[in-house]
Each structure stands twice: as C-alpha cells, then as structure tokens.
Design a protein around this ligand. Structure first.
Ligand code: HEM
Length: 338
C-alpha cells in the first residue's frame, strides 16, 4: 500500500532504501501524533514542558522536508525521470504516473487568497497527510476483512466461486472493470468496513456555531468526535450487528449492494469514511484497492486458520484500530486458477 501511495504521490517508483526511510518517518510522526496529542491543546505550554519531545518532532519533520522537497522540485521542473520520458506505458520496473498528486497540488490556485500557489512547505504537509491517511487505514481494513474470510470459510468459498465465474482461468490478471462483475466481493468489503471500521472515530471536528442536537447543546468551538463504529453497530438499524454477514449488502438483503451509500449523502447508516464535506477524499481509491487485493488474494490462495488457533478479533487502538493479535493463516495455492 505504501509503495503504491508513494508512486501516486510523487509520480515515480523510488528505490527501496528511500521508501523505507519515508515509511519510518511517517510511522514515527504518526506514533508521536497519537501519543502526544496534548500538543494540540495548549501548544505553547506543551512545547516548553515537553521540550525534548517537541525537538524530536521538529527534527523528524525537518528530515521529512529534506526528502520530499527534491521530489516535489523534480515534478515542478518537469525533471522527473518518468516525466522526461514523456510517454505512457511500460518502463520495466518503473511505475509511470503521468499526473501525480504533487502535480495536482502544484496546479492549485487559492481563489480566496488572490490565486496564490501552495508553498513548498504546504505541499510537503499535504503529501504527509496523504501518505499517513491512506496506508494503515487500507492495510488494516484488509487485514480485518481477511480475518473474517479465514474465520468464515463458507464466505471465502462463495467469494472464490464468484471471482472464478467473473474471470476466466485463462486471464492472468484481474482488471479494474472485472471488479464490477462481483457484487459479493463488494458486499464482503462493505460488511468488513461496517463491522471493523479502521477508524472508530473520524478526525476531530470543531463546531463553528452553537448547535442543538436531540435537545443537547453543542457549544460553538467545542471539539466533536464522531464515533462511526457505533453507527455501524446500531441494533436499531442492523440485525445482529456484531455478526459478519455480507448478505446484508446483496440484493434482497437489508441493503442492496447496488444502493449502499457509503458517502452518507442520502442517509447515514454507516460512515467508515466520515460524511459530508470533510469525508475521506481517498474513499474511492480505498474501496478499489480493497476489492482488488481481496479478489486477488482469494483467487490465488485458499486461506485457512493455523491449526489449533482461533482467529481472535480483539482490537488494539493505534492510529487506526488494529488486530490485537495480528492475523496468522496458512495459505495454499489454488493451483489452476479457479
Ligand atoms: C479503508 C480505508 C480508509 C478509511 C476507512 C479512511 C477513513 C477516513 C476518515 C474516517 C477520515 C476522517 C473524515 C472526517 O474527519 O470526517 C479520513 C480522512 C482522510 N483520508 Fe481517509 N480513509 C481510508 C483511506 C484513505 C486513502 C487511501 C487516502 C489517500 C489516498 C486517504 C486520505 C485521507 C485524507 C487526506 C484525509 C483527511 C481529509 C481532510 O482533512 O479533510 N484515506 N479518512
């Protein structure tokens, strides 16, 4: 996931060492951010009291800027290795991204501020946000879904059969268009995001005015934390909400796979990506990746629990909600492609 997002962000496939360094920096910042979020409350005081921790954060951020800035400048100057080739297509082990996230940021003009462009520092920050927002969320989401697929063998069987029907054995690769032919795959992903949303809360929001909600006053300026996990587990909306039942999202189920509205623009029954104008901007990409990875993993391998081990669905809170005991499984190649 991380390699993919780095390529989408900077437009090129970096070498392994560079990717590792960026990954380590992102992780350190995420951990510091989750563990030391008191810097957000009383920043001036916290910076003095926790001087060493603050210096550490500043040091890591400086190193991040040192790595990101040359990559951003390369795109700006059109000097990127891949841009220079100026052609679409296969470049051996290179990933070719003709228009990457950094390009789109460099094109931004802010109308409210006289059409000014983003500064390099702002571009670095937005790249940081994309990389940290998109990696663990998707990979942990996939791990939870795979855990349910290993635990519930009948679901795995149905999924594998659907993938087999949709893609002929002669085809090497699952293509994006193929995913549309797999409603059960989509249903498994939706049920996974409902039952195990990678973030139990959306990012903190702030009430911009006094709001009355169910006779409670939410005063202007208060920080609001919305618990989306509870929305998806509400017994008044979902039957046996803690069960993993992808059929809910199939035609004839509680919700038809065709009409589930994950953006919450019509109604909000689950909101793993938040809702409204601050909804996760990566939700389409995340669903695409989840569908793509799950379809491939089940097409290539049969997944079974390790003998004598139960799949343990206990949770642990980090930046996202992770499996307390990471998934372990035995995998068997399916041999001929289904
Ligand atoms: C299963 C995967 C994902 C889940 C469950 C998820 C969930 C969320 C949630 C709940 C929020 C906060 C929304 C709010 O505050 O109202 C968010 C924000 C965000 N997500 Fe995702 N996300 C996922 C994947 C991705 C991917 C793949 C990307 C990027 C390619 C991404 C980029 C972002 C960014 C940049 C924000 C902050 C947006 C803002 O500040 O307004 N996310 N995501």
């Amino acid at each position: 996931m991380f390699c993919l997002l780095v390529a989408l962000c900077f437009g090129e496939k970096l070498d392994e060492e560079q990717i590792k360094e960026i990954r380590d920096i992102q992780y350190s910042l995420l951990l510091l951010f989750t563990r030391f979020n008191f810097f957000g409350f009383l920043p001036r005081v916290a910076k003095v009291v926790f001087r060493k921790k603050w210096d550490k954060i500043v040091g890591i951020r400086r190193r991040q800027a040192e790595i990101f800035t040359p990559l951003i400048r390369a795109r700006k100057e059109g000097n990127s290795k891949l841009k220079r080739t100026n052609k679409l297509g296969d470049l051996g082990d290179q990933i070719f991204v003709p228009y990457c996230y950094v390009d789109s940021l460099l094109d931004v003009e802010i109308p409210e501020e006289g059409g000014r462009k983003l500064s390099e520092e702002e571009v670095v920050n937005l790249c940081h946000e994309l990389l940290s927002g998109g990696t663990d969320t998707t990979s942990n989401g996939l791990e939870w879904i795979m855990a349910e697929v290993v635990k519930n063998q009948e679901i795995q069987k149905e999924l594998a059969e659907e993938v087999g029907r949709a893609i002929p054995a002669s085809e090497d690769e699952i293509k994006e268009e193929d995913l549309k032919k797999m409603p059960y795959l989509k249903a498994v992903i939706m049920e996974g995001l409902r039952r195990h949303p990678p973030g139990h809360f959306v990012l903190p929001h702030r009430a911009s005015q006094d709001v009355e909600l169910n006779k409670y006053l939410i005063p202007r300026g208060s920080e609001v934390h919305v618990n989306v996990a509870q929305l998806g587990w509400d017994e008044r909306v979902w039957e046996d909400p803690m069960d993993f039942r992808p059929e809910r999202f199939m035609r004839g189920g509680d919700f038809s796979g065709e009409v589930v509205d994950v953006t919450g623009s019509r109604e909000i029954k689950m909101a793993p990506f938040g809702a409204g104008r601050r909804i996760c901007p990566g939700y389409g990409l995340a669903i695409l990746h989840l569908e793509y990875f799950l379809a491939n993993l089940v097409r290539e391998f049969e997944w079974k629990a390790v003998e004598g081990e139960e799949i343990d669905l206990s949770e642990e809170f980090e930046f996202t909600v992770m499996m307390k005991k990471p998934l372990r499984a035995r995998i068997f190649p399916r041999g001929s492609k289904l």
